[in-house]
Design a protein around this ligand. Sequence first.
Ligand SMILES: NC(=O)c1ccc[n+]([C@@H]2O[C@H](COP(=O)([O-])OP(=O)(O)OC[C@H]3O[C@@H](n4cnc5c(N)ncnc54)[C@H](OP(=O)(O)O)[C@@H]3O)[C@@H](O)[C@H]2O)c1
Length: 300
Amino acid sequence: MNIFVTGAGGYIGGSVATALIKKGHKVRGLTRSAVSAEQLKSYGVDPVIGELDDSPLLMREASMADMVINTANADHRGAVEALISGLNQSGKRLIHTSGTSIVGDDARGDFCSDAISSEETALVIDPRKQARRDIDLMVMDAAKKNVHSAVIIPSLIYGYGTGVNKHSIQVPFLVKNALEVGSVQIVGKGLNTWSNIHIDDLVNLYLSVAEQAPPGAFYFAENGEAAFCDVAEAISRRFSIPNIEHLNAEDAVKRWGAARALFTFGSNSRVRSVRAKKELDWRPVHVSVQNWILTGYLPQ
Ligand SMILES: NC(=O)c1ccc[n+]([C@@H]2O[C@H](COP(=O)([O-])OP(=O)(O)OC[C@H]3O[C@@H](n4cnc5c(N)ncnc54)[C@H](OP(=O)(O)O)[C@@H]3O)[C@@H](O)[C@H]2O)c1
């Protein structure tokens, strides 16, 4: 198959693209930079230099492809509209990547929420993430235009990617920050809890969705969860940084910005992957981000 992947130079997109190539597919991958384009070639990806804002380009690539996988930006509505237009009435697959901060909260690190979402529960969407959820719903609704659409909603992803960018967002940031400041900093008490998923298991979910998912579905991606105080403890042990520092939310916002302090590291985001396990027989194998930090993590 000819598959168009946005974010092909990124952590998720690069890992998905290399797995597709391994399975014999041809991948055209969107990137903004000539440097990344050269790197993509060495991974077997045919680079397309362009921007998510370039709707004509995205429509053209989508209409030429047998399948589209959008991993570049969960919040870019215009890009998703263009991809859907390019696939309109084609019956071809569109897999869109969202993120579980849609069901985040404003815990500021201070408690572990009882709220756990799955595909079978009513979702309580954080109002600050409603626009992201609206994009998910638009993708699912594209099934009515004969686009074979699906949304994958990953939780915190860990492990090494297999494409150009090998590093995820959350754990590598905490490690780099800890090595720089000499203490493992977390928000508040660090009792806030995120579900998590290893990148290899996540890639297998993309492959299963690409082969088997019915149109209009969404899938949470997780296989375990951890409170940030436990993640911090693992970083502390792995990198021999004894001090764990509890930043109050205001300080964390000043240092890291509001999005990172309040969502990425301060919120709860607890989900269960019920549908993918039941419907697609998806069997993730990695279960512990702490174990990966302790046994597999090398600094960037
Ligand atoms: N990593 C996680 O733990 C996680 C979990 C849940 C959801 N997500 C979501 O999944 C998406 C991808 O995450 P990631 O970890 O793979 O991030 P990433 O490594 O930064 O990859 C995203 C890639 O998208 C491309 N991109 C970004 N903006 C673009 C634009 N305007 N036009 C064209 N290309 C653009 C960039 O490629 P170039 O620089 O080569 O152009 C970048 O390499 C994000 O929306 C993120 O919020 C991530």
